[in-house]
Design a protein around this ligand. Sequence first.
Ligand code: SF4
Ligand code: SF4
Length: 75
Amino acid sequence: MEKTRPVLKFELNKDLCKGCGLCIEACPVKNLEFSLELNRKGVKYAKIKDIEKCKGCGFCFLVCPDTCIEISYEK
Ligand code: SF4
Ligand code: SF4
């Protein structure tokens, strides 16, 4: 039987984000960027560019000081 690949789920809580940019710097494939809009804190929050390009490495999750990012796999 063919194995199905788990689906990567990436979530970023934009209203927790303080716009420090650490995750943007940490992403090895430059897949994060600042939004053009402001969040509830009045800062340009980080967002993912293309979920298909995400490697699931978790570097962004590890460096975020405010635990805004969650990465999980759905089977
Ligand atoms: S999990 Fe890795 S590849 Fe995906 S956005 Fe975060 S740092 Fe970039
Ligand atoms: S590291 Fe966390 S707080 Fe900083 S920009 Fe990224 S998501 Fe926002």
